[in-house]
Each structure stands twice: as structure tokens, then as C-alpha cells.
Design a protein. Structure first.
Length: 352
């Protein structure tokens, strides 16, 4: 695997030691294998003697282990004085083994993987590297929230509590069309050969940014709060493009992660025969689901529907105009609400 390209630290990021676990060949549910799989992660806090205070932070599409840093810290939802937090980079994000950094299976030679494969790679990390026999909680937003729900289905006795922000238990047709359009933006670039990118797809990333970051990441009401006219909208878009490309996410990695994203359905977990509701109804973990009133990427109704199927699940509406970005630190009010709600949920269910 090539040298890791860690994105630059941004405001609010926690500068924790970046670690990599060598986990060997990783067999996927398709039967294919990721060779020499390396799991990237960071930790916060100390694992207690009984190893019962571990919290797994699951990461979103194109995100990295800093994604939930706004929930981590003294007095926050995930306090390192109480929790041992493992933020694990998912397969295909450019830090864990990915199409962009695999030496033996580079680019389009990389095998297709699923969100369940992401969960299984994390399970291997927790059990082999740390000897953790049970997770106190799993927490995630967006694709991280989808991983959190999958964890609660795949490893029912292993997960005590589950917090999923802006998730889908089954990818909606709307979200499928979003990811298909985002890939089309990238593949329309002259750098696309039909079997990979021969160079950085600059025009493709520009179109992708317009779709995913400018339009679908928020809501019209959110943009109206700080974009008074068309000129300001154009200026903001150029700044957003520079900011997004500074993270250096690879186009091949996006293809693969988005394929996993849109194929996801907890109902296709072994034993459920495609029954999404049945899979959700099997969850034993105390569960909290959070979503805003309107989400233009992961429809908010998907989160509400999941909460109604999970026994005893609690649903909390994030009082935000930010849409899909409501589950971030973009607005301090949203971050404060999420920290309060999750902290109270974890405290309420501490002895459960």
C-alpha cells in the first residue's frame, strides 16, 4: 500500500495519533478478497480494564476519522475521560486500504465492497487489535449512521447502544439517483477512460461539488441565510470548490464507496432474505436516531421509518435548516443540540 495521504487538519479537528492495523487478507461477502488489508484509525481516551467502555465512531461517505470530532472532548457526548473512542476509517476512503492506495489491486482492479464489509473490517480491528468483546456504543452520521445500524443488525449481542444520525436502513431510490448523478459528473470528465481516470478529473470534481456540496448538502433555506444574491453564490461556490479539493479525495475511491452506499440494505444481511423491517426489528441495542426535517441526500423519512421498526428506538428531530449538514459542526447550534441529545441518551442508558 502506498504512503497515506492524510488530509490537512481543519478547525475543530483533534490532532490524535494516526494508526494503521495490518489485518491481512480481508474476505468480502461477495467472496472476493482485499489483499493485505490495512485499517486506518485513531483513538481517544483509555480502554478500561474490563474493556467495556469502547465506542466506535463510524465515518461518512468521503469522510475520515475526524468526521465526528465535534462530538469528542471533555464535557461532550463522547468524553475521553469515560469512553475509549475508536474512529475507524472505512474501506475506500483513501486512508484504510482503497482503490487509490492499494499496490496489488490498484484503481479499477479493486474488488467491490459493501457497507457490511466495512463493518466486518472494523469488527476485525476491535477483536484482534484490542480484544474488545462488546461495544458500549456505535455512533455514526450519514454512511456512518448506516454502518451503525448495520452493526446493530450484524452483531446484535456485541453492540449495547447505537446512535445513527441521518441514516438509511435501505438506500432510497432518491439517494441512488444522487450517487449515480455524482458518479456521472466525475465520469463526464475527459480524464475518464471508461476503465478509470488517467488524471485528476478537475471538471468532474467541479460538477460533483456543485451537486453534492452546494445543492444537496444543505437546503435552500440554509443557503439563503448567508447568500444574499447571485454574485455571492458564485463566489461561495469557488471557495467551496477549493476547500473540497484541498481534502484530495480520489475519484476512484468515490466510485467504490458510492457503489457500496447505494447497494446498502440491512435486510440483505444473511438470515433476513431481503426483509429490511425484519432486520431492524431484530436489533437488541438501545437505539437513538436523529435527522433534520428536510434532507436532500438521505431522505429524513428513511430515518423516521427505521426508528419506528427498531424496538424501543428513540427518534429526535434535529431543529436545523441545514439539511444533510445538520449532523455536522457546520452550525454551532446543531453541534450543541447533537452533543446534548447524544450525551443524555448515553447517560440514560448507561446501565442498560
Amino acid at each position: 500500500m502506498k504512503g497515506l495521504k492524510h488530509p490537512p487538519l481543519a478547525a475543530g479537528h483533534i490532532d490524535a495519533e494516526h494508526r494503521v492495523a495490518e489485518l491481512g487478507d480481508l474476505e468480502l461477502e461477495s467472496g472476493e478478497v482485499i489483499l493485505d488489508y490495512r485499517q486506518s484509525y485513531v483513538t481517544h481516551g483509555t480502554l478500561n480494564r474490563d474493556k467495556f467502555n469502547a465506542v466506535l465512531a463510524c465515518i461518512s461517505l468521503t469522510g475520515n476519522h475526524h468526521r465526528l470530532d465535534f462530538l469528542i472532548g471533555p464535557g461532550k457526548a463522547l468524553d475521553p475521560a469515560r469512553h475509549f473512542i475508536i474512529a475507524a476509517d472505512p474501506i475506500g476512503n483513501g486512508l484504510s486500504t482503497s482503490p487509490s492506495n492499494s499496490l496489488r489491486q490498484p484503481r479499477m482492479l479493486f474488488p467491490r465492497f459493501t457497507i457490511r464489509d466495512m463493518v466486518e473490517s472494523q469488527y476485525r480491528l476491535l477483536t484482534r487489535e484490542f480484544g474488545i468483546s462488546r461495544l458500549d456504543a456505535v455512533v455514526g452520521a450519514s454512511m456512518g449512521g448506516m454502518q451503525a445500524l448495520q452493526w446493530a443488525v450484524s452483531h446484535r449481542a456485541y453492540v449495547r447502544r447505537c446512535v445513527a444520525m441521518t441514516p438509511m436502513a435501505k438506500c432510497s431510490p432518491w439517494a441512488v439517483l444522487v450517487t449515480e448523478t455524482a458518479r456521472s459528473c466525475l465520469m463526464a470528465d475527459p480524464a475518464w477512460t471508461g476503465d478509470g481516470f488517467r488524471a485528476e478529473p478537475e471538471r468532474g470534481w467541479r460538477a460533483y461539488t456543485g451537486l453534492m456540496a452546494a445543492l444537496l448538502g444543505r437546503t435552500p433555506m440554509a443557503l439563503a441565510e448567508f447568500l444574499p444574491d447571485c454574485a455571492e453564490a458564485h463566489l461561495w461556490f469557488e471557495k467551496l470548490l477549493v476547500q473540497n479539493r484541498a481534502n484530495g479525495f480520489d475519484a476512484h475511491d468515490y466510485l467504490y464507496q458510492s457503489w457500496a452506499y447505494e447497494a446498502h440494505d440491512v435486510g440483505t444481511t444473511a438470515g433476513f432474505g431481503g426483509n429490511t423491517d425484519g432486520a431492524l426489528e431484530s436489533i437488541e441495542a438501545r437505539t437513538m436516531i436523529l435527522a433534520p426535517p428536510l434532507d436532500l441526500f438521505n431522505p429524513a423519512q428513511s430515518a423516521r421509518d427505521a426508528a419506528t421498526r427498531i424496538p424501543g428506538a428513540r427518534f429526535a428531530e434535529i431543529p436545523s435548516l441545514q439539511g444533510h449538514q445538520a449532523a455536522t459542526s457546520l452550525k454551532k447550534e446543531d453541534a450543541a443540540f447533537l452533543n446534548q441529545q447524544i450525551q443524555e441518551f448515553l447517560a440514560l442508558n448507561a446501565g442498560a
